[in-house]
Design a protein around this ligand. Structure first.
Ligand SMILES: COc1cc(-c2ccc3ncc(-c4cccc([C@@H](O)NCCN(C)C)c4)n3n2)ccc1O
Length: 286
């Protein structure tokens, strides 16, 4: 893994920093303005792990992996773009395009569930972003509604974020040691088996299930119960939550929530599925 090409000048000399807009375990995201252009960006401050044995912060190798993934995926309409990278000693700072519509998670929470047309449109865009990743042999491995941002409140244009767990899946080395958010992880993650691009497709099925019903298919009262439900592929299309949902939508979900990763729809097959395919041409041009 080659190193990171940092910008030479200090971040604070080139940007004005404003309010915090989000945060994660080892990262804080703040709105910032580039002094030269007056353009707004999102600055993701990633705390660097200072000692190999420490549990605080992110190892530089993992940060370099995320930067390399963002640079590889750059300039796709459904993936957040990276503008510049800085190192201020304690943090690596990723300067990213700023999006104002908030998380898809909030959009769902306000509505509880979406219409099939809206859900299909969101999933079509998420699949376009995942198609770009998978074309580059990159698996996201942490797909969930919190990592899908809306460009603006009243537009359905989405951007995928948070590539901190993503991996370039070459045949050279197996990846097993990734653990995303319990309710979205595939059986192979729970069972510590080799991960693959199809691991993302399981999460696509879980996200679709949530968008259409407001319920999470495998969520249990404890994390262990959730993992047990996942490895048993124990879910139902509960009559109440799915009362008005089409058989086509349920078929799409059913072809993704399969224990054998090889049997799940690929991203291309998902985009060709009749519940997803009939998107208007202008949707493709976004
Ligand atoms: C590229 O990786 C990331 C990008 C961003 C990002 C980039 C641009 C941008 N514009 C607005 C926001 C934003 C708006 C509301 C909440 C959040 C964020 O804190 N929640 C993201 C979910 N979380 C689990 C990472 C971020 N962002 N967030 C956040 C976390 C990332 O790991």
């Amino acid at each position: 893994m080659e190193g990171i090409d940092y910008s030479i000048q200090p971040f604070e000399s080139l940007y004005e920093v404003y309010e915090e807009i989000g945060s994660g375990q080892f990262a804080v995201v703040r709105r910032c303005i580039e002094k030269s252009s007056r353009a707004e960006y999102a600055a993701k401050y990633i705390r660097k792990r200072r000692v190999a044995t420490s549990r605080r912060g992110v190892p530089l190798e993992a940060i370099a992996r995320e930067v390399h993934v963002l640079q590889t995926l750059d300039k796709h309409q459904n993936i957040i773009s990276l503008h510049q990278v800085f190192d201020n000693g304690q943090h690596v700072i990723l300067v990213l395009e700023l999006v104002r519509g908030g998380e898809l998670f909030e959009h769902i929470s306000e509505r509880e569930r979406l219409s099939e047309e809206e859900a299909s449109s969101f999933m079509h865009q998420i699949l376009q972003g995942v198609k770009h990743m998978h074309f580059n042999s990159i698996a996201h491995l942490d797909l969930k509604p919190e990592n899908v941002l809306l460009l603006s409140k009243n537009r359905q244009h989405i951007k995928l974020i948070d590539f901190g767990l993503s991996r370039m899946l070459t045949h050279a080395e197996e990846v097993r040691d990734i653990m995303g958010t319990a309710e979205f992880v595939a059986p192979e993650i729970v069972n510590y088996e080799p991960l693959c691009l199809a691991t993302d497709m399981w999460a696509i099925g879980v996200i679709t299930y949530i968008l259409l019903s407001g319920a999470s298919p495998f969520l249990g009262d404890t994390q262990q119960e959730t993992y047990n439900n996942i490895t048993a592929v124990d879910y139902t299309f509960d009559t109440e939550d799915f009362s008005g949902t089409s058989d086509l939508a349920k078929d799409f979900i059913s072809q993704l929530l399969l224990k054998d990763a090889r049997k799940r729809l690929t991203v291309e097959q998902s985009l060709a599925h009749p519940w997803i395919a009939p998107q208007s041409e202008e949707q493709e041009e976004k």
